[in-house]
Design a protein around this ligand. Structure first.
Ligand code: GDP
Length: 454
């Protein structure tokens, strides 16, 4: 992880900035100069950019006369390990001789410096910000550490300096991350949902290779629900895989009232969704896609699970290709949450198409679990904004700054910017579509949240 050191004369707000960056309560900060004592280090994150931040505030708590010398000495030691420095000035107080001295000294160092004009909220700070150009350290970034304003903009200053190193650390961490690895090497949690008589029990029996569940033309005559662990040889990947199958058909054993069954299949889906990573919605080729099926499918996606659709009873399907295309189109129209749900033709009875479907289920889980490195993500983001800049309603510019992937399984993204409440839905969709198409999340439900940095 890269290290960033906060430098500046006493009382410019270094500790407040430190606290802001590491997300802690504003403890230890006071209007009195030099109230913080210990040199502190913390884990900071701005818009997905992770680094270690060092607060040098405590070094000031010395005899004022020797302060510059002392600071220099201590800071020097710390600068050696730093990848970048945030040089903080007080925009309200303007530039003082001590600021100038520190700046002079910093210009001689090898560590790249980002000039931060703190306390920049409001008009009183304008002169100070302007004045700070004279320090010869480039363009100042105006922020208010106390109010959290502009802190996200530090990303723009820091990214060119430490982005590569942060990315390296991120990639390394990703390989080491037990969570992700465990999730992908653990059994695939798979649920099969669908309306009564779609063939769920038959499918599970076919997969498990034994007549473990009762099946029959009468809907819902399966045994109690269970999760079954089993090993499946994946011919495509040429390896044995673990699958944990959730049998929801069994879940409705106790309720056999026929007219309640439609409702129950939705309830089944809900329960299955809680367990599963990937959910297969099973359709009946002799019935096609009905409203109820779309409802279940939507529910799966709304819960953020990876969805696949399999058309069962393909062995007795009529007009196979137009049936398939019709269902394909209906899914595209009915499910705006994803682009192109993986669709398969299978026969639970003969076993045809099932290997292909299961291989795809593993691939889908991988996409659903994937993390896009911050740099690649922001490269795409910059391109997307350039190709189609956000609108300026009533002449006000909406600023989109950065994007970060907040989580996986399902993938969630956070876009940072200002005036986001004015961003039209159509533009949001443009971004979501871009993430799906350009970053490989086609069939995965993707969440995007807009956030104004605070
Ligand atoms: P469930 O209610 O979804 O569990 O459905 P079942 O597995 O009980 O199957 C309902 C009926 O469809 C049974 O009569 C099965 O024999 C039949 N069925 C299931 N899968 C297939 C298939 O792939 N082809 C054919 N021809 N019939 C199937």
């Amino acid at each position: 992880k890269p290290t960033v050191i906060i430098i500046g004369r006493p009382n410019v707000g270094k500790s407040t900035l430190f606290n802001r960056l590491v997300g802690k309560k504003l403890a230890l900060v006071d209007d009195q100069p030099g109230v913080t004592r210990d040199r502190r280090m913390g884990d900071a994150v701005i818009a997905g950019l992770e680094f270690t931040v060092v607060d040098t505030a405590g070094w000031e708590d010395e005899d004022a006369e020797t302060l510059p010398g002392r600071m220099r000495k201590q800071t020097e030691v710390s600068l050696e390990g730093a990848d970048a420095a945030l040089f903080v000035i007080d925009a309200r107080a303007g530039i003082t001789p001590l600021d100038e001295e520190i700046a002079r000294w910093l210009r001689e160092q090898e560590v790249p410096v980002v000039l931060v004009a703190n306390k920049a909220e409001g008009k009183a700070a304008e002169a100070g910000i302007y004045e700070s150009y004279s320090l010869g350290l480039g363009e100042p970034l105006g922020i208010s550490a106390e109010h959290g304003e502009g802190v996200a903009d530090l990303f723009g200053g820091l990214w060119p300096l430490i982005g590569a190193k942060a990315e390296e650390a991120e990639t390394a961490a990703e390989f080491e991350s037990e969570d992700d690895e465990e999730a992908l090497s653990g059994p695939l949690k798979l649920a099969i949902v669908g309306r009564p008589n779609a063939g769920k029990s038959t499918l599970i029996n076919q997969l498990l290779g034994e007549d473990r569940l009762l099946t029959g033309p009468e809907a819902g005559i399966t045994r109690d629900s269970i999760a079954v662990d089993w090993e499946w040889f994946d011919p495509k990947a040429n390896e044995t895989r673990q699958i944990r199958l959730i049998d929801t058909a069994g879940m409705r054993k106790r309720a056999r009232v026929v007219d309640k069954l439609e409702k129950l299949s939705v309830a089944d889906a809900r329960r299955a969704i809680d367990f599963a990573e990937v959910v297969v919605l099973l359709l009946d080729a002799t019935k096609g896609l009905e409203h109820q099926d779309l409802k279940i499918a939507s529910q799966v996606l709304e819960e953020g699970r990876a969805l696949m659709v399999a058309i069962n009873k393909w062995d007795i399907a009529e007009n196979a290709s137009s049936l398939f295309n019709g269902i394909r189109e209906a899914l595209n129209e009915g499910l705006a949450q994803v682009r192109g749900v993986p669709l398969f033709a299978v026969s639970a009875k003969t076993g045809k198409g099932l290997d292909t479907m299961l291989s795809a289920a593993f691939e889908l889980r991988e996409a659903w679990s994937r993390r896009v490195p911050t740099a690649a993500l922001n490269r795409w983001f910059d391109d997307a904004l350039e190709a189609n800049p956000p609108p300026a309603p009533k002449g006000k510019r909406i600023k989109l700054r950065y994007i970060t992937q907040a989580s996986t399984r399902p993938p969630r993204f956070v876009v940072f910017g200002t005036r986001l409440d004015m961003l039209p839905k159509s533009y949001e969709r443009y971004l979501v579509n871009g993430i799906r198409q350009k970053l490989g999340f086609d069939a995965v439900p993707v969440r995007v949240v807009l956030k104004s940095p605070k």
